[in-house]
Design a protein around this ligand. Structure first.
Ligand code: URA
Length: 215
């Protein structure tokens, strides 16, 4: 992608034919839904950037705000409140008045993928937006990757080889440029229902991030 890629995908982004077709199908079936690349949400002075996977079809793809209306948003936004990265009330609506404080949320893939599974080619097509998003945050200190696909996208955005920084819940790495990458299992319904990720485990990663930001 040329360096002039913006931090937010255009609403009619044509890069992934399969995702464009799925967006159109959803638009026919649910014309009142957002059905477009979901823009990042939060504070342009963010010190923490959270990178999720992709919008859920009836969540962020419907509401137009990352994790909003997605089951995963309940744990994520609750945790952001608890650790002082959000103020207001999370009510699963983009007009609930919730504000992020020194934090921003984005997705490795901005459009909803069928079955919640973007292909590697789709993640690659979207990488320019992630790079631009990261580059546009002057105060960025920490990136939290939710799951392996987000982790790999963050490494690619920094030109780091996957073999040199394995994904692992609770793992942390220094990225070129000095930003620190923290990993967590994704806070998805599947992971929390199976207790692969408990609220305590998720809070543990936020404790690590907070200690790092305070150090
Ligand atoms: N909603 C999002 O916006 N991203 C995810 O990764 C999951 C749900």
């Amino acid at each position: 992608m040329p360096p002039s890629v913006p931090a937010e995908a255009p609403l009619d982004c044509p890069l992934c034919p399969r995702l464009v077709a799925y967006r159109r199908d959803n638009d026919v079936a649910h014309p009142d839904w957002f059905n477009a690349p979901v823009p990042s949400f939060g504070d342009e002075r963010a010190r923490l950037l959270i990178v999720g996977l992709a919008p859920g079809v009836q969540g962020a793809n419907r509401t137009g705000r990352p994790f909003t209306g997605d089951y995963a948003g309940d744990l994520l936004y609750g945790t952001l409140m608890e650790f002082g990265f959000a103020k207001g009330t999370y009510d699963a609506r983009p007009d609930d008045g919730l504000e992020l404080k020194r934090a921003m949320i984005t997705n490795a893939v901005r459009c909803v993928p069928p079955q919640n599974k973007p292909t590697p080619a789709e993640a690659k097509n979207c990488l320019g937006f992630l790079k631009a998003r990261i580059a546009a945050l002057p105060d960025l200190k920490v990136i939290l990757a939710l799951g392996r696909i987000a982790h790999d996208a963050v490494l690619s955005a920094h030109g780091v080889r996957k073999a040199s920084a394995a994904f692992g819940h609770g793992a942390a790495y220094e990225l070129p440029g000095g930003v620190r990458l923290f990993d967590s299992y994704h806070c998805s319904r599947y992971n929390t229902n199976t207790r692969r990720l408990t609220p305590e485990m998720f809070h543990g990663v936020f404790r690590d991030i907070t200690s790092f930001l305070e150090s």
